[in-house]
Design a protein around this ligand. Structure first.
Ligand SMILES: O=C(O)CCC(=O)C(=O)O
Length: 266
């Protein structure tokens, strides 16, 4: 771990996010961007209606159904690189699990509003969301592949429950709408190559614009109730594991999907 990475864990624990400027080297960034753009063009062809209506992201970039094996390997090698895994260990301990990849882009409609949320709010009750603040963690590793406006976040909301105003805005209650500004919001803009790590529990909203290409890699604690949502087709197997510096996050997920009854239910 280099000097820049020493404060990653305390900063993350305190505020729920941390930025590593210029984390991705130029050559790596341009090869990732080429792969991601290929995926995006295919995705747009298959999802034209969804894109026109409201989409702001796609997912499952490493699935065998879109990219070819060479392109998938670029992503596998990047995700399992020593530098990224060092961060995953620092924040999640010895057994970080790979959950998924997502690609965030601009909506087709330039007037489409963004929305404050905690990731889990679409499948958990409010009580469960509050409990989740002290439960197993899900982390986004957002790699800005081009300059982008980034995210607005509410610092420390990954461990603190909403104020009355935050809850009203996030849930669209009492005359508030999910895109309304909040008093404690903090803007994190990103340059091409920057890495933003943030908790899925953090209250956040995307800022659209600049034809962004934000590659989010999601890691989590090895918890079957979270990993049951992972897609086995997105994991490397057999020969695909060999060139990866450190395939631990993938093998933790593969093992959980194969062996835990809770993972087999979905
Ligand atoms: O960038 C965005 O539009 C939103 C990002 C987001 O909600 C997420 O990564 O969970």
């Amino acid at each position: 771990m280099d000097n820049k990475q020493h404060s990653v864990s305390p900063d993350y624990q305190r505020q729920g996010f941390v930025v590593l400027k210029g984390f991705v080297e130029e050559q790596e960034r341009s090869s990732l961007l080429a792969v991601v753009n290929e995926f995006h063009q295919q995705w747009l062809r298959k999802n034209a209606e969804f894109y026109t209506e409201r989409a702001i992201n796609s997912a499952y970039l490493t699935a065998s159904t879109s990219l070819n094996d060479t392109q998938r390997q670029v992503l596998f090698n990047f995700i399992g690189s020593h530098r990224i895994m060092a961060l995953a260990y620092a924040l999640l301990g010895k057994q970080p699990a790979f959950m998924n990849t997502q690609l965030f882009f601009d909506p087709a409609n330039p007037d489409q509003k963004n929305y404050w949320h905690r990731d889990a709010q679409y499948h958990l009750s409010l009580d469960e969301q509050r409990e989740a603040l002290s439960g197993p963690q899900v982390l986004h590793f957002r790699f800005a592949l081009v300059d982008e406006p980034g995210l607005d976040v509410i610092p420390a909301s990954h461990i603190n429950w909403d104020t009355a105003e935050e809850l009203d805005v996030r849930m669209g209650n009492n005359g508030k709408a999910p895109h309304h500004d909040l008093p404690n919001q903090k803007r994190i803009s990103l340059k091409a190559g920057d890495l933003l790590i943030f908790s899925a529990n953090l209250i956040h909203r995307g800022i659209y614009g600049m034809d962004r290409r934000a590659l989010d890699v999601l890691f989590c604690d090895p918890e079957p109730d979270i990993l049951k949502y992972a897609n086995p087709d997105c994991l490397p197997h057999g020969k695909q594991l060999i060139p990866i510096d450190d395939p631990t996050a993938f093998t933790v997920t593969t093992h959980c999907l194969a062996n835990d009854e809770r993972c087999k239910r979905v």
